[in-house]
Design a protein around this ligand. Structure first.
Ligand SMILES: [Zn+2]
Length: 451
């Protein structure tokens, strides 16, 4: 049974989520590198893609023989998302363990085809500093990296909100009634906003959300995914409750009637310009060493497809702006069918279908580097997270193998379709032009695939 990995610790460790047996990622990656090098399919000198904010190498495996078809499998942007380390690691291990000098079975020939015709970059733990922090007492829910961000003096940060509330209501605190108003966060350019100023107290703050730090440029008109630096919020409203955005509360029956008694922000899912929430986007676009490292990697070029693993919710997300992109949708629908074929449900939707964010890797990889790419939110489902208390790093280790097995065909198809340029194969016709056979799509090869 696979264990969870810690960056460079192994054995029994006491954590907030119980005493668990961990394997060292440093050691296991070294073993894989050695095994792959012996087969001539892994570059033995490539150890990492760069360093984290606190100087830890961001470990990588470069598997395969054809740099014209690069594929990226990356896990653990978010420290607490432990299962997201294991899936890319196990896919990389699978490719190395199953590559044959002389393949004979159909499966062996397909695995050799993938490795011989692509270059697969496996980066299982993108956020090693944050991941290690989740092993320390009281910190298992840490999400960001552990970079130190200094504010030399008290710093005002302006936030633009719409002038007109989108949701209003009344509540009673047991004695008096209060009115409340909720305002959407709005781009300053809209011209219909007012400014609310927050003061960040001078000090040094720890942690930037790496998946809010990417220098996402402005998208096409109508794009639901804003550029870096735009604040977004989950604006779902429930009658008589304060919803997302900026809120104000006024006395309705208590004296002085009509006076504002409280205001604040209700931002649970957005990026934040303030350094204490765990979705802090950082002091500037692309400020974090991890994010700069990813940029340098993709600048090598030829990255045809990529999967960034997160958890949880069981979702297969594509970049907003690629909603009508033929290749993205061709591969995405194939991946969705492969999950279905494995009898697991991953909802297929655009990134902003989940909630609008800015500065995330998916929109960035698409807009800046033109990579056909997806975010996979691994198990548990929301229902299992609630029913079993399995959220983030509480999924039992007995589940790791099953999560890997249902994701394996999806990862393999992302490699195969990159090699095939995401093109459906042409039907084979006889002399009179009648279709006699339709070859497998690049994803159909992986139906019913088991390790
Ligand atoms: Zn995540």
């Amino acid at each position: 049974m696979p264990h969870y990995h810690a960056y460079d610790k192994s054995g029994s460790l006491k954590t907030d989520v119980g005493t668990l047996t961990f394997d060292s990622l440093v050691n296991d990656m070294a073993d894989l590198r050695k095994a792959g090098a012996a087969l001539g399919i892994v570059n033995p000198t490539l150890i990492d893609i760069g360093n984290s904010a606190n100087g830890r190498p961001i470990l990588a495996l470069r598997i395969g023989k054809n740099p014209a078809n690069r594929v990226l499998l990356v896990g653990c942007h978010h420290a607490r998302e432990w299962i997201s380390v294991e899936v890319p690691f196990l896919v990389g291990k699978y490719l190395i363990d199953n590559y044959k000098a002389t393949p004979s079975t159909r499966k062996e020939k397909i695995i050799n085809h993938l490795v011989d015709n692509a270059e697969i970059w496996v980066v299982p733990m993108f956020n090693p500093d944050g991941h290690l922090k989740t092993m320390t007492s009281g910190e298992h829910m840490w999400r960001a990296n552990t970079d130190s961000v200094a504010f030399a003096k008290n710093t005002p940060i302006d936030r633009e909100i719409e002038k007109t509330p989108y949701h209003t209501g009344t509540f009673n605190d047991g004695t008096d009634d209060f009115d409340f108003k909720c305002y959407k966060i709005a781009p300053a350019a809209s011209g219909t906003t007012k400014t609310e100023t927050e003061i960040v107290a001078a000090g040094v703050y720890e942690g930037v959300d790496l998946n809010r730090n990417y220098a996402v440029p402005t998208g096409p008109v109508g794009s639901k995914s804003p550029p870096w630096g735009t604040e977004t919020s989950d604006e779902s409203t429930t009658a008589d409750q304060i919803a997302g955005g900026f809120f104000e509360i006024y006395n309705k029956t208590a004296a002085p009637v009509g006076a504002m008694v409280e205001s604040g922000w209700n931002l649970t899912t957005s990026k934040s310009p303030l350094p204490s929430p765990d979705t802090f986007c950082g002091p500037s676009a692309g400020s974090e060493p991890e994010v700069q490292t990813m940029d340098a990697l993709l600048k090598k070029g030829n990255f045809k497809s990529a999967i960034s693993y997160h958890n949880f919710s069981q979702l297969l997300l594509y970049p907003d702006d690629a909603a009508t992109h033929t290749e993205t949708q061709f591969l995405g629908r194939g991946m969705k069918k492969l999950f279905k074929n494995q009898k697991v449900k991953y909802s297929y939707e655009s990134g902003s279908g989940l909630y609008p964010t800015s500065g995330d890797s998916m929109e960035w990889a698409w807009r800046v580097h033109n990579v056909v790419n997806y975010t996979i939110e691994l198990p548990p489902t929301n229902a299992d997270a609630v029913a079993n208390n399995w959220a983030f790093n509480r999924l039992p280790e007995s589940k790791i193998q099953g999560v890997f097995e249902s994701n394996l065909p999806v990862a393999l198809c992302a490699i195969n379709c990159a090699i095939a340029n995401f093109t459906p194969p042409a039907p084979i016709k006889n002399k009179s032009g009648r279709v006699i056979r339709t070859p497998h799509n690049c994803w159909e090869e992986f139906k019913g695939w088991t390790p």
